[in-house]
Design a protein around this ligand. Structure first.
Ligand code: CA
Length: 223
């Protein structure tokens, strides 16, 4: 899943990027409001973490309002140094889904991001599953028919994205834009290579393949 961070405090932005990348997310960072606005409204993110006070024409509230106006309905977590009730309601009214007051514990931020990625919450449990293949987005455990499977960060991220979109044909471009960040070195065959790695681990040892090639288009995860 791909996350956008808009935060002008470079130290915080870098710490968050590192933290989230360790959790297998693809992460892009914008350091001011205008760059953040441009990225939020052009790239396909799954979650945005947006600081309230930002240099530039757009502050956090303005970016969220603009996203909602443009029907970009991804979950947004608003960060702020201010903790007043008025501040909170202003953020939520603008269209933020959740709100975190600085300073916050990193674990708290991770828990909030996970909760936002589960929305609509009722349909997205923390363990994603298809035909005996289970991926736990909290503990990072992956098993098929009860057998543990060891995946790299990128393999895990790719499988998580496919599980969240199971049954749906996914183009290679779509996969790249949700699993790799903007600065990643993408080669023409990057997706094929990672699909091959995944097939070796989750399909090859078992009778029934779950990853299907959609000819001339991409791939589909389906029982
Ligand atoms: Ca700020």
């Amino acid at each position: 899943m791909r996350i956008l961070i808009i935060e002008d405090e470079q130290k915080i932005a870098r710490a968050l990027k590192k933290l989230l990348e360790n959790e297998t997310y693809a992460v892009d960072v914008a350091y001011d409001g205008d760059e953040g606005y441009a990225m939020a409204t052009t790239e396909p993110y799954d979650v945005a973490i947006i600081d309230r006070m930002l240099p530039g024409e757009y502050d956090g509230i303005a970016i969220i309002k603009e996203m909602r106006q443009q029907k970009i309905n991804i979950p947004v977590l608003l960060l702020t140094a201010l903790g007043s009730v008025q501040d909170k309601t202003e953020g939520l009214d603008a269209g933020a889904d959740d709100y975190l007051v600085k300073p916050f514990a990193l674990e708290e931020l991770l828990a909030r991001v996970r909760a936002l990625l589960r929305r609509p919450a009722e349909h997205q449990p923390s363990v994603l599953e298809v035909d005996g293949l289970k991926l736990d987005t909290v503990t990072f455990n992956v098993t098929r028919s009860g057998k543990p499977i060891s995946l790299t960060h990128k393999e895990f991220a790719l499988l998580e994205y496919m599980l969240r979109n199971q049954g749906r044909p996914l183009s290679k471009d779509t996969i790249i834009s949700h699993v790799w960040d903007y600065d990643a070195d993408i080669l023409p065959n990057t997706v094929e290579v990672y699909i091959k790695y995944l097939r070796t681990k989750i399909d090859a040892p078992f009778k029934k393949p779950l990853i299907h090639t959609v000819r001339g288009f991409g791939y589909k995860l389906e029982a």
